[in-house]
Design a binder for this molecule. Structure first.
Ligand SMILES: [Fe+2]
Ligand SMILES: [Fe+2]
Length: 251
């Protein structure tokens, strides 16, 4: 009899626990949904960082997260917010505004309004701040490294090529132009391979490959990220090789 009562009460408490967990998950997902809406609205005004990129980074982050032991909530939120300040950079013609810093700043009031605890806010801000290739903040936590990987991989493969040529179109740069990489770095990247581009009209798809794309895979942190990155880098290079042959009339 005692055993029956025990098992009844244990069933009741596990049902209660299940209901509480479900409520908690729903509460977390609702908040993430709200963040998604805020980012969508914010980026609808931004020409350089569309919500489509954010969605791809989010999806890729989820794919890599399957193979990593990480704080999934931090990764989801950081993936959504990592470029939220993109418009502030594109609106600033001086080239001094860094969208990673702006996005980290903008994330705070959004997360505070949704009652996230301070330690989580700081962790998310750190992930956002360190996602960029061309700035001095390097990703330290596993979550920041995962966000960095997902964001960088979106510059590779077929989607990386599509984004490169869209950027070339927007900035009146070159579809095809090969240069001496060392000289170019000194003249247009301030002497650093990952420096900010001074004159975007001098850039090209081939320069993008030599100064950025081919190095990305070496910067990736996660095993899955490196695997996807290697395959996509090869695709990118194969496309440029093929294009060069067509330009020379060889194909
Ligand atoms: Fe970014
Ligand atoms: Fe991004």
């Amino acid at each position: 009899m005692a055993r029956t009562l025990d098992s009844q009460s244990s069933n009741r408490s596990s049902t209660l626990l299940g209901a509480t967990t479900n409520k908690l998950i729903k509460y977390m997902e609702d908040k993430i949904e709200k963040i998604k809406e805020i980012v969508k609205e914010e980026l609808s005004q931004c020409s350089a960082h569309g919500f489509d990129h954010v969605e791809r980074v989010y999806n890729l982050a989820m794919k890599i997260a399957e193979t990593e032991d990480i704080d999934l909530e931090v990764v989801k939120i950081a993936a959504l917010l990592h470029d939220v300040g993109g418009k502030r950079e594109t609106d600033d013609n001086t080239g001094k505004t860094d969208h990673a810093s702006e996005s980290a700043k903008m994330a705070r009031p959004i997360l505070e309004s949704l009652n996230y605890p301070e330690d989580k806010i700081q962790h998310i801000q750190d992930c956002i701040l360190s996602h960029r290739y061309r700035n001095e903040h390097k990703p330290k936590t596993k979550e920041a490294q995962l966000i960095f990987d997902a964001d960088k991989i979106d510059a590779l493969g077929a989607i990386g090529l599509a984004r490169t040529f869209a950027w070339i179109g927007r900035n009146n740069a070159f579809i095809y132009k090969k240069v001496n990489t060392e000289e170019y770095i000194n003249e247009n990247l301030g002497g650093k391979i990952d420096g900010r581009i001074k004159d975007k009209t001098k850039h090209s798809a081939q320069i993008n490959y030599e100064t950025k794309v081919k190095h990305i895979v070496n910067l990736l942190h996660t095993k899955k990220g490196k695997e996807i990155g290697t395959e996509r880098t090869k695709f990118f290079k194969d496309f440029l090789n093929r294009m060069e042959k067509e330009i020379r009339g060889e194909l």
